[in-house]
Design a protein around this ligand. Structure first.
Ligand SMILES: Nc1ncnc2c1ncn2[C@@H]1O[C@H](COP(=O)(O)OP(=O)(O)OP(=O)(O)O)[C@@H](O)[C@H]1O
Ligand SMILES: [Mg+2]
Length: 250
């Protein structure tokens, strides 16, 4: 898997929210995107995952131009995402949240009739995915009543149901207690180790970013101001300035 981003730009009125961004996400890597509020991180995610169309530039996945593909088509090609706020169905049981995604991957929509055997296979696969993210034993709980860290794990489980090659996570640790952050951080490293999924993370917790990442891209005012491994980013002058002058919510 490689994801190559070439000269991506997107304007909102007079504002260049993403301004000529070029970067490559390597196979099986954990690659973080950091930067002050409003730097363009979420907009970049929206451009990569098809939620927004770029004004300029292109995105290539395994050498194929995927610019302008719909989120559904990208998801089926192996590009999954989680959102800045969770997108789980809070009123449904935990397992149903994952089963919906499994059905979708199998090309079955909600109203379609499934045979008993199909239904059993879907539930079995959903259970396996939930066990992978540490939600075994919680299958029948209402999703909305899970603790914060577990809701995020469920979000990730829904993404995994699509069997992605790459998963983009927008602030997976936001608003969590220290313990929940550790749970999710461990989960992220395990997904890479055990499933070989490349993970792109937008995150304000810089300490965690330094610990988790193979590579970091730093954005400010829509542009990439630095890129490299944590050891290099930590010492970068432009990044230090962005911390000082930006409202960096570390
Ligand atoms: N749909 C939109 N319409 C108009 N302006 C937008 C839209 N989406 C984002 N913006 C603006 O584009 C800029 C980049 O926003 P974006 O959400 O990508 O930043 P971010 O780096 O994700 O910030 P945060 O860390 O606060 O999540 C901001 O100035 C924002 O106000
Ligand atoms: Mg954002």
């Amino acid at each position: 898997m490689t994801l190559e981003i070439h000269g991506l730009s997107r304007r909102f009125g007079g504002l260049k929210a993403v301004n000529d961004v070029t970067t490559t996400i390597a196979d099986k890597s954990i690659h973080s995107i950091i930067g002050p509020n409003g730097a363009g991180k979420t907009t970049l995610f929206n451009l990569i995952t098809g939620a927004l169309a770029p004004d300029e530039g292109k995105v290539a996945f395994n050498g194929n131009d995927i610019t302008g593909w719909t989120p559904e088509r990208l998801a089926h090609a192996g590009i999954a995402r989680t959102f800045q706020r969770t997108s789980i169905f809070k009123e449904l049981p935990v397992i149903e949240n994952v089963a919906l995604a499994v059905r979708s991957r199998r090309g079955l929509n909600r109203s379609m009739f499934c045979s008993m055997a199909q239904e059993k296979a879907i539930r079995e696969e959903s259970r396996e995915i939930l066990a992978r993210v540490g939600l075994n034993g919680k299958e029948n709980i209402r999703a909305g009543s899970l603790a914060h860290g577990f809701q995020r794990a469920l979000d990730i489980a829904i993404g995994l149901a699509l069997e992605p090659k790459i998963m983009l996570m927008d602030e997976p640790l936001a608003g969590m207690s220290r313990g929940d952050r550790e749970t999710v951080a461990t989960l992220i490293t395990r997904l890479r180790e055990e499933l070989g999924v490349a993970i792109v993370v937008v995150e304000h917790d810089v300490g965690m970013v330094m610990r988790l990442s193979d590579r970091i891209t730093v954005m400010q005012h829509g542009k990439v101001i630095a890129e490299g491994p944590p050891s290099v980013i930590r010492e970068d002058e432009a990044v230090k300035n962005a911390y000082l002058h930006g409202n960096f919510a570390a």
